[in-house]
Design a protein around this ligand. Structure first.
Ligand SMILES: O=C(O)CCC(=O)C(=O)O
Ligand SMILES: [Fe+2]
Length: 278
């Protein structure tokens, strides 16, 4: 994506709290992801978890990077990662990867903001950026994510029973919805007879924040070692600003025997450790 296009989208997010990037994903990747999701749902006999947050007719899976390498393409995708790098910064982390397969009869989720657990007064910078990838069309009828435009500027989290207008983020398969972590939203109700809505959420957070899904325990060392460097760094296997996350002063990447992430960590400590250098 060229920088003028990216700037245009970033302006929309600044104003509205979200934007939709159309045609972000090619057919081949869409097909691979859809196949992986249905295969994993079958293999693991995934069933709705039966609560308002996770849904009563929605199949969800978490920690997708550990489940199939095809998901590795999403967090580092060149059309999408720049949004997280701009709205957070380049040392942001991957907070979670979740597949949300909303089935017929689902009711809408409760309105929330994804970084609402952070107890810093609003309005504020985003602590998270959520990207929701459409692998089927998202329509108002089949449960498109609902958004409260401009709500990233509100001074509170949604209150129980609070009435507010929301709009469906309708988009074609292959589009990605980018959401400021402070924007109010929810998964929509699926009022169709037989249409499943498949979305995958790739969520990023500030590098100093605890990740929503635990990457360290879900990813085996040999898996991280096989990852591209950028992906391993996003998962948290380098140091934040050359310091945070260390083990006896060294990068967590070193303990995986990953030469490359070890190198990055040492370089980061030399060049970015303001304490040591000043
Ligand atoms: O499924 C969706 O469209 C949104 C889900 C969501 O916002 C969440 O689980 O935090
Ligand atoms: Fe959400």
């Amino acid at each position: 994506m060229d920088s003028a296009t990216l700037s245009g989208y970033l302006e929309t997010i600044e104003d509205q709290g979200y934007c939709i990037v159309e045609d972000a994903v090619d057919e081949d990747l869409m097909r691979k992801i859809r196949n992986a999701v249905t295969r994993l749902e079958d293999e693991n006999d995934v069933q709705p978890r039966g609560n308002r947050a996770e849904g009563f007719a929605t199949k969800r899976m978490y920690n997708l990077l550990a489940k199939d390498e095809v998901f590795w393409e999403l967090p580092v995708h060149p059309n999408i990662l720049p949004f997280a790098e701009h709205l957070l910064d380049e040392e942001c982390l991957l907070s979670g990867t979740t597949c949300m397969h909303i089935g017929p009869g689902e009711v809408h989720q409760g309105l929330h903001s994804d970084d609402g657990l952070v107890s810093v007064r609003r309005p504020r910078i985003p602590f998270m950026v959520t990207t929701i990838w459409a692998f089927t069309d998202f329509t108002e009828e089949n449960g498109a994510t609902r958004i409260v435009p401009g709500s990233h500027k509100f001074d509170h989290e949604p209150r129980k029973g609070e009435k507010v207008d929301h709009v469906p983020a309708e988009m074609k398969a292959g589009s990605v919805l980018i959401v400021n972590g402070g924007t109010w939203h929810c998964g929509g109700a699926n009022n169709t007879q037989d249409e499943w809505r498949l979305g995958v959420s790739v969520q990023y957070c500030q590098g100093y924040l605890r990740q929503q899904q635990n990457q360290y325990y879900s990813l085996r060392p040999e898996v991280v070692k096989a990852m591209p460097e950028r992906l391993a760094a996003l998962c948290g296997f380098t140091l934040y600003k050359g310091i945070m996350g260390h083990v006896d002063g060294e990068s967590p990447g070193r303990f995986l025997g990953a030469d490359s992430s070890d190198e990055i960590a040492y370089a980061a400590m030399r060049t970015k450790n303001g304490v040591a250098e000043s």
